[in-house]
Design a protein around this ligand. Structure first.
Ligand code: CP
Ligand code: NVA
Length: 326
C-alpha cells in the first residue's frame, strides 16, 4: 500500500555490524588522518589477525561489492583491492579512465552507491576523492591521489611493526621527493611514535600544511621530525630507509628537470655503506626506477623488504574493508 499523504517515512535500517570488528568513525579513508589514533591501532591489530587466519574472514564480506575507479595505472593497488574483497567473499567492478568526464562526478558517486558498498578511487587530484566522499553515501577509500597514499602508509607501518615490533623510538628516513607517499608515511609514522627524517632537494619538501599537521602529531607522540636537504643526515641511525620515484604519475613532463635535481638523492651502495647500519631495512612503495632513485645493489639486497610491503597491501586492505563495510 502506498504511504498516504502526511505519513512520515522511516529511514532504512542499516545491517548491524558483527560485534567483534572495530569500525571507522569517519566512514571514509580520503586521507590518513580520517583514521583516529585508536582506529589506526585497531586496524593494525586486525591486519595481524587477517594475515594469520585468512580463512576465518573468507565469508565476512559476502554480498559486498567494491567500485574500483582508476584514473592512473596500478599493479599493486588494483590487484590487492580486487583480491582483498574476493578473499573476503565479495567482489569488485573495475573502471579505468577519467572520473567525471562523461557525466558529473556527483552523478557517478550517486550511481555507484546504489549498486556497490564502497568506492576505491585512484585520482589525479585529491579534490576528486573529496568530492566522491561528499556525494556518495558509501565509504570512499583513497587509492592514491596527488596528495596522499594512505593505503600504502598503512601497509608500510604494518611491515615495520612486523620487522621491529614496537615502533616507538625507531627512526624512519625518507629520501627523495616530498610527495604523496612521503606525506602519508610521515603522518602515519609520527603518530605511532616513530622519528621521521625526510631529505629532499631544495624546493621539493613536503607541503607546509602537511608539515604543520606532522609537527603537531610528533609533539603529541613525543617523536622527532627532521626535514633536511642532506640524505646522509636523514639516513644516519635510521632503522628503515624509504624512497620513491622522483617524478610521480602526472609529473612525467618534469622528468628531466627532476632527474638533475634528485641525482644526489639516489639510495645507492655508497649512501648505504657510509650511513645505514647492518640492520637497516630498505623500503619502496614500488614501482621502482632502478638507476634513478635506487640502485639494484640496494633494492635487490637482503635488507630490502619491498615485496613484504607489497604483500602487506593485501592484508591491511582486507582489514580496512572489514572495518569500513562489514
Ligand atoms: N605502490 C603502489 O601503489 O603500486 P601501484 O601503483 O602499482 O598500485
Ligand atoms: N609517488 C608515486 C607512487 C606510486 C605508487 C606516484 O604517485 O606515482
Amino acid at each position: 500500500m502506498p504511504p498516504s499523504a502526511g505519513t512520515s517515512l522511516k529511514p532504512v535500517k542499516k545491517m548491524p555490524a558483527p560485534k567483534t570488528l572495530p569500525k571507522i568513525g569517519a566512514s571514509n579513508l580520503t586521507r590518513d588522518l580520517d583514521l583516529s589514533q585508536d582506529e589506526l591501532l585497531a586496524l593494525l591489530d586486525l591486519t595481524q589477525q587477517v594475515k594469520a587466519h585468512p580463512a576465518r574472514f573468507s565469508k565476512a564480506l559476502a554480498g559486498r561489492y567494491l567500485s574500483l575507479l582508476f584514473e592512473k595505472p596500478s599493479l599493486r593497488t588494483r590487484f590487492t583491492f580486487e583480491l582483498a574483497i574476493k578473499q573476503l567473499g565479495g567482489d569488485a567492478v573495475l573502471s579505468v579512465g577519467p572520473i567525471g568526464d562523461r557525466e558529473p562526478l556527483r552523478d557517478v558517486a550517486r550511481n555507484l552507491d546504489r549498486w556497490t558498498n564502497c568506492i576505491v578511487a585512484r585520482t589525479f587530484s585529491q579534490t576528486t576523492i573529496d568530492d566522491l566522499a561528499h556525494w556518495a553515501s558509501i565509504p570512499v577509500i583513497n587509492a592514491l591521489s596527488d596528495r596522499y597514499h594512505p593505503c600504502q602508509a598503512l601497509a608500510d607501518v604494518f611491515t615495520l611493526q612486523e620487522k621491529f615490533g614496537d615502533l616507538r623510538g625507531l627512526k624512519l628516513a625518507f629520501i627523495g621527493d616530498g610527495n604523496n607517499v612521503a606525506n602519508s608515511l610521515m603522518l602515519s609514522a609520527l603518530r605511532l611514535g616513530m622519528n621521521f627524517a625526510i631529505a629532499t632537494p631544495a624546493g621539493y619538501e613536503p607541503d607546509p600544511e602537511i608539515v604543520t599537521q606532522a609537527k603537531a602529531l610528533a609533539a603529541i607522540a613525543g617523536a622527532e621530525l627532521l626535514i633536511t636537504n642532506d640524505p646522509a643526515q636523514a639516513t644516519r641511525g635510521a632503522h628503515a630507509v624509504y624512497t620513491d620515484v622522483w617524478a610521480s604519475m602526472g609529473q612525467e613532463h618534469e622528468k628531466e628537470q627532476r632527474r638533475a635535481h634528485f641525482a644526489p638523492f639516489q639510495v645507492n651502495g655508497a649512501l648505504w655503506q657510509q650511513h645505514a647500519g647492518p640492520e637497516t631495512i630498505f623500503l619502496h612503495c614500488l614501482p621502482a626506477k632502478r638507476g634513478e632513485e635506487v640502485t639494484d645493489e640496494v633494492i635487490e639486497s637482503q635488507q630490502s623488504a619491498v615485496f613484504d610491503q607489497a604483500e602487506n597491501r593485501l592484508h591491511v586492505q582486507k582489514a580496512l574493508l572489514l572495518m569500513l563495510i562489514s
